[in-house]
Design a binder for this molecule. Structure first.
Ligand code: CO8
Length: 255
């Protein structure tokens, strides 16, 4: 797994994916988005990967947004196409990925960068992180799902304030409003993300994939049915037999 704009390290069933365009504060250009999309496709069928951690290279930025230079001369059709393709091939793919994706936000998470972090299943942040959706300062709105995911995560009123003012919020404020789950010193960010990932990797991956599936339907009228069906399906899986046997035999399950 080698990519031009990503560094991928796989260890103990955890893939740490570092978005690597430090010269542009890891802004999302076409090539980086293609790399991310390809990585997700490869990781889907890679049994060595049970959890993915997304982070940015350097100590300053997770992702400073979509690459503004790349779309600076776009017209409406091109803008729509860029948003559509990005949402389909990366952002929705991250959200619906069957293995947990954790965003380790190590600095600026702006525009498309915050949108990427919000597509992940949850986020932890370093103390220096700054998060925001500054698109209206460019005469745009968020185009990679920000108007949809931010209100769900922090409530419509808070999301409206962030989007309308374009102001960045601190990691601490992001924690207070539920946008990130934890805030840790930058030097500890990756270790903390790996510790959480390692806990997850020890649990039943098929059960976790069903949890992701059902949770992603929680805003639709199919959510409860999805939970019931998935719950039932899991009884026919080897992990259920192993999990229950382990409990009865007073040992750790080996999934
Ligand atoms: N795109 C391209 N290049 C960038 C970006 C970006 N988003 N952000 C930073 N860079 C580049 C800078 O141009 C600079 O390059 P150079 O040295 O060649 O001039 C380099 O990164 C370092 O940046 P700064 O010198 O600006 O660093 P500062 O520490 O002074 O400032 C900031 C850091 C505050 C993060 C500042 O760089 C900034 O405001 N960046 C832009 C943030 C932004 O507006 N992001 C939103 C972009 S729009 C978006 O994400 C839309 C998503 C939906 C798209 C849907 C499809 C169209």
């Amino acid at each position: 797994m080698t990519y031009q704009n990503l560094l991928v390290e796989i260890e103990n069933k955890i893939a740490v994916v570092t978005l690597n365009r430090p010269q542009a504060l890891n802004a999302l250009n076409k090539d980086l988005l293609t790399d991310l999309s390809n990585f997700l496709d490869e990781a889907q069928n890679n049994a060595e990967i049970r959890v993915v951690i997304l982070t940015g290279s350097g100590e300053k930025s997770f992702v400073a947004g979509a690459d503004i230079k790349e779309f600076s001369d776009f017209n409406g059709n091109q803008g729509e196409e860029l948003a559509q393709k990005g949402q389909e091939t990366v952002f929705n793919k991250v959200e619906n990925f069957s293995k947990p994706v954790i965003a380790a936000v190590n600095g600026f998470a702006l525009g498309g960068g915050l949108e990427l972090a919000m597509s992940a299943h949850f986020r932890i942040a370093s103390e220096n992180a700054k998060l925001g959706l500054p698109e209206v300062t460019l005469g745009l709105i968020p185009g990679y799902g920000g108007t949809q995911r931010l209100p769900k995560l922090i409530g419509k009123g808070r999301a409206a304030q962030m989007i309308f003012t374009a102001e960045m919020i601190s990691a601490q404020r992001a924690y207070e409003v539920g946008l990130v789950n934890e805030v840790v010193p930058q030097a500890e960010l990756l270790d903390r993300a790996k510790a959480i990932a390692s806990k997850i990797a020890g649990n039943s991956s098929i059960a976790i994939s069903k949890a992701i599936y059902a949770m992603n339907l929680s805003d639709t009228d199919q959510g409860f049915d999805a939970e019931i069906k998935s719950f039932g399906e899991l009884f026919d899986q080897a992990d259920f037999k192993e999990g229950v046997s382990a409990f009865l035999e007073k040992r750790k399950p080996n999934f």
